[in-house]
Design a protein around this ligand. Structure first.
Ligand code: C2O
Ligand code: CU
Ligand code: CU
Length: 478
C-alpha cells in the first residue's frame, strides 16, 4: 500500500492562519547541498566517546553578495553531525563562545534532566564550558541538538544553533539500509528564513508570536540546493528544524518513498508514501529509490508547490535490495496499574498560548511522575478547527508511543517511538509515556515561539526512596 495523503486535518492547513508566509522559489542559483561533516571525537575507546561541542558565531555565503552572520556548533552555521554509539559512555565538553548564555539541549535523547538534558536550567555562560556525561542507551535514531535558553530558544535556533545527532546500534547496522554518510545517507535539516538588507537575518523584524517564518527554504544551510545522486537508493534523515513551518513534502512524478524511522528510531514496519508532512522538530528517515531514472534526469523535492531541492541523477549500480516487511520490535510496556490518565491542554494562539491554563514558570514543577511508571497522556489542542494551528507537542527525556488520535488509529507512520507529535486543532492525541530517567524535564509545543511564549510545562521524574532537590533557574538569575 502506498499512502498518498499528508495525514493532517485539512482545516488546520496552516495557510488558514493569517500569519502564514508561503515559501517562494529562491532567485539564487542552484548550489550543491552542504553535507555537514561528522564531528570528530576527541577520543574514542571500546567503551567511551569524548566530544567537544562549541557554540560559536560565524558567517556564511548563503546568497550572492554579502555573507550572512550566523551561529553554529563547531562551524559557522548549524553544526557538524554528532555520532553516538549505543551502550557507550559519552563525555561531552560544552563550550560557549557566543556573546551570551546558551544551553545545549539533546532533543530526543533519553538522559537525566535538567542538566544533561540541557533545557533552560543548564546555562553555559559566555566564555565558559561545562561537562556532561551519560550512557547512550537507546536504539539507533536521528536526534538533534539545539539551544534551549528560555525564553530565547527560538532566536538561538533561528540564528543557527541546531545540528543532527545520529545514534548507531547493531540492530540498525544489520538492516538493508543505505548508511554511507554523505553519499547515500544524508541529513536534510529543513528551515526557512527571510533575508533582509545585505543578506542578513533579522529575528526581531520578522517576529511573530505564532512562530517566525521566512519565504526562503534553507536545507542544511544551503539556499536552492541540489544533490548529486550516485546510488540507486538514497536515505534521507529529514528534520523539521524550522521555528514554526510544517513541511508538506512530495517529489516530482509523485515518486514513492519509504519511511523507515520516526523520531525515536526505526519503525516496526516500513511505510510507503508519496506525500509526507512533518511538523516542527519531527524527524523522518526515508529511503528514495531512483531506479526508474537515468543519468541526466532530475528529480525535484517540493514543499507544497514550491521546489525546494533537486536530485541530479548520475550513473549508479543497480540495487534491488528489498526491505523486509518487519524491521524492528518496539517495546510495548504495560501502563502502570492505577496510574491516572494524565491530561495536557494546549490552548490559545499568539501571546495567549498556555499549557493547562498556565504560562511556563521555570520555578514551578507542574507534574511529578514516579521513576519507572508508564502512563497514558492525553494531549489536547483547543484551537478551533477553522483557523487554529497544529501544535507539535514534545516531551524531553523520553520516547513515547502514539496510541490514538481522537480515539482513532494514529497515522501509519506513528507506530514507532516518537518524542514530538503534531496535535491538530480540536484533537486529543493519546500517548503512552514511560519515565526511565530521574530529573526535571520540559514538555511543550515545538513551535518555538509558542514554547518561548509560555506553552510549556515541567515535570519531575522522581524516586520516592531517594527524593532529590533540583536547583531551578528563574528568569532573574539568567
Ligand atoms: Cu527540541 Cu524543549 O526542545
Ligand atoms: Cu527536547
Ligand atoms: Cu503551538
Amino acid at each position: 500500500k502506498v499512502y498518498t495523503d499528508y495525514f493532517f486535518d485539512e482545516p488546520a492547513y496552516n495557510t488558514h492562519d493569517g500569519g502564514f508566509i508561503p515559501l517562494e522559489e529562491p532567485k539564487a542559483p542552484q548550489q550543491p547541498l552542504k553535507i555537514p561533516e561528522l564531528l570528530k571525537p576527541d577520543k574514542e575507546t571500546d567503551t567511551d566517546m569524548y566530544y567537544t561541542v562549541i557554540a560559536q558565531t560565524g558567517e556564511v555565503q548563503l546568497l550572492p553578495g554579502k555573507k550572512t552572520k550566523t551561529w553554529g556548533y563547531n562551524t559557522d552555521l548549524l553544526g557538524k553531525t554528532i555520532l553516538f554509539k549505543k551502550d557507550k559512555m559519552i563525555h561531552i565538553t560544552l563550550k560557549n563562545e557566543l556573546p551570551e548564555l546558551t544551553t545545549f539541549h539533546w532533543h530526543g535523547l533519553n538522559v537525566s534532566g535538567p542538566i544533561t538534558d540541557g533545557g533552560c536550567h543548564a546555562p553555559v555562560y559566555p566564555g565558559e564550558s561545562t561537562q556532561i556525561e551519560f550512557k547512550c542507551d537507546q536504539p539507533a535514531a536521528t536526534l538533534w541538538l539545539h539551544a534551549h535558553p528560555c525564553p530565547a530558544t527560538a532566536e538561538h535556533v533561528w540564528k543557527g544553533l541546531a545540528t543532527a545527532v545520529v545514534v548507531k546500534d547493531d540492530v540498525e547496522s544489520k538492516l538493508p539500509f543505505p548508511r554511507n554518510y554523505g553519499v547515500d545517507d544524508i541529513p536534510l535539516i529543513l528551515q526557512d528564513r527571510r533575508f533582509h538588507e545585505d543578506n542578513q537575518w533579522d529575528y526581531m523584524a520578522d517576529y511573530d508570536p505564532d512562530g517566525v517564518q521566512g519565504p526562503t527554504a534553507m536545507i542544511n544551510g544551503t539556499i536552492n540546493p541540489y544533490f548529486d545522486v550516485t546510488t540507486q537508493r538514497l536515505r534521507l534523515r529529514i528534520l523539521d528544524g524550522a521555528n514554526r513551518r510544517e513541511w508538506r513534502l512530495h517529489f516530482s512524478d509523485d515518486l514513492k518513498f519509504t519511511q523507515i524511522a520516526s523520531d525515536g528510531g526505526i519503525m516496526p514496519e516500513p511505510v510507503d508514501f508519496t506525500h509526507l508532512m512533518l511538523t516542527c522538530a519531527e524527524r523522518a528517515e526515508v529511503i528514495v529509490d531512483f531506479g526508474q531514472y537515468k543519468p541526466g534526469d532530475e528529480v525535484t523535492l517540493f514543499c507544497d508547490d514550491v521546489p525546494i531541492m533537486r536530485f541530479r541523477i548520475h550513473e549508479f549500480a543497480p540495487d534491488n535490495t528489498q526491505l523486509p516487511d518487519h524491521l524492528v520490535d518496539i517495546p510495548d510496556p504495560d501502563v502502570t496499574p492505577g496510574a491516572p490518565v494524565h491530561k495536557v491542554v494546549m490552548s490559545g494562539m499568539d501571546e495567549e498560548v498556555m499549557m493547562n491554563g498556565k504560562k511556563f514558570d521555570m520555578q514551578r514543577i507542574d507534574d511529578k511522575q514516579k521513576l519507572g511508571n508508564v502512563e497514558y497522556w492525553d494531549i489536547s489542542n483547543t484551537n478551533d478547527m477553522s483557523n487554529g494551528m497544529v501544535h507539535p507537542y514534545h516531551m524531553h527525556g523520553t520516547q513515547f508511543q502514539v496510541v490514538s488520535r481522537n480515539g482513532h488509529e494514529p497515522y501509519p507512520n506513528e507506530h514507532g517511538l516518537k518524542d514530538t507529535v503534531g496535535v491538530n486543532p480540536g484533537e486529543t492525541v493519546r500517548l503512552k509515556v514511560g519515565f526511565d530517567h530521574l530529573g526535571v524535564y520540559m514538555n511543550h509545543c515545538h513551535i518555538i515561539e509558542h514554547e518561548d511564549g509560555g506553552m510549556m510545562a515541567q515535570f519531575e521524574v522522581y524516586d520516592p526512596d531517594h527524593p532529590k532537590q533540583y536547583k531551578l533557574m528563574d528568569m532573574d538569575t539568567l
